[in-house]
Design a protein around this ligand. Structure first.
Ligand SMILES: C[S@@+](CC[C@H](N)C(=O)[O-])C[C@H]1O[C@@H](n2cnc3c(N)ncnc32)[C@H](O)[C@@H]1O
Length: 242
């Protein structure tokens, strides 16, 4: 355990020292808590360090409440599926998905996380899984996914960061194949025993459902029981099934 934490810290510092990118700062965007989701980056803020982002996004107890294997299991049989993990961050989900899916595309706007994932996959994953793990640098309004490339799109703890959420969902609808699926996991807007993310940057489940509907997704199914702190919403591109 100690070895793993030291390794992560070492990788983070290596990535920091190798990368002088003036990255687009995810937390400089005030995640929108209202209807619009049209927050703009605040260029007056300095970019938080990769270290501080990792501490915030991946606290030591995360695996206990995040239950990544349960979330992945709920995505069904992934053996022949390509999964895109949008806003992949440190690769918390991508690294695990690579061991279940045909391929995982870890989509990120922050080049420091791209470097981090490219490094960590080499130390954490067996060679057969490394081949299935691709990182991709995106822009805030374009996932850079090619149409039909991913069967399933996963968005964990990132939905609130989309600058125009409905517009971005329409983009995801465009790149998904006809029977494609979107899975959104995010924090419940209620009192929780965790400090991040604060209440004011969480979204009510009904807003997520409403925005999915507005964007044109069908078969929207919400599960706010399986995880203590988060809801899991799945939606499909295809026709509504009664
Ligand atoms: C809170 S972190 C979540 C990381 C990861 N999904 C996880 O669960 O550990 C949000 C991540 O989304 C990225 N991000 C924000 N907006 C994005 C966008 N439009 N497209 C891709 N990544 C985005 C940020 O750079 C950040 O790494």
């Amino acid at each position: 355990m100690y070895f793993r934490i030291s390794l992560l810290a070492l990788l983070a510092s290596l990535v920091l020292s190798c990368s002088n990118h003036a990255s687009e700062d995810p937390t400089a965007i005030m995640p929108a808590n209202g209807n619009s989701g049209t927050a703009k980056p605040d260029s007056s803020k300095t970019a938080p360090s990769l270290d501080s982002l990792l501490t915030k996004y991946d606290p030591p107890d995360r695996v206990l409440w995040q239950k990544p294997e349960l979330v992945i299991q709920k995505m069904g049989d992934l053996e022949n599926k390509v999964v895109a993990d949008i806003g992949a961050g440190s690769g918390f989900f991508s690294r695990r998905l690579a061991q279940h899916a045909k391929k995982v595309i870890a989509v990120e706007v922050d080049p420091r996380f791209i470097h981090f994932m490219d490094s960590i996959k080499l130390v954490e994953l067996a060679p057969e899984y490394q081949k299935r793990f691709e990182t991709r640098l995106a822009t805030y309004d374009n996932s850079k996914l090619k149409p039909g490339e991913a069967d399933i799109i996963l968005v964990v703890n990132t939905y609130i960061y989309f600058q125009n959420r409905v517009q971005y969902l329409r983009h995801l609808l465009e790149v998904l194949p006809d029977d494609g699926q979107l899975v959104i996991v995010d924090f419940k807007k209620k009192r929780l025993p965790i400090s991040y993310p604060p209440q004011d940057i969480r979204l009510e489940l009904w807003r997520v459902e409403k925005e999915l509907q507005q964007a044109g997704f069908n078969n929207i199914v919400s599960d706010d029981c399986s995880l203590d702190y988060q809801y899991i919403v799945t939606a499909r591109k295809g026709r509504q099934v009664q």
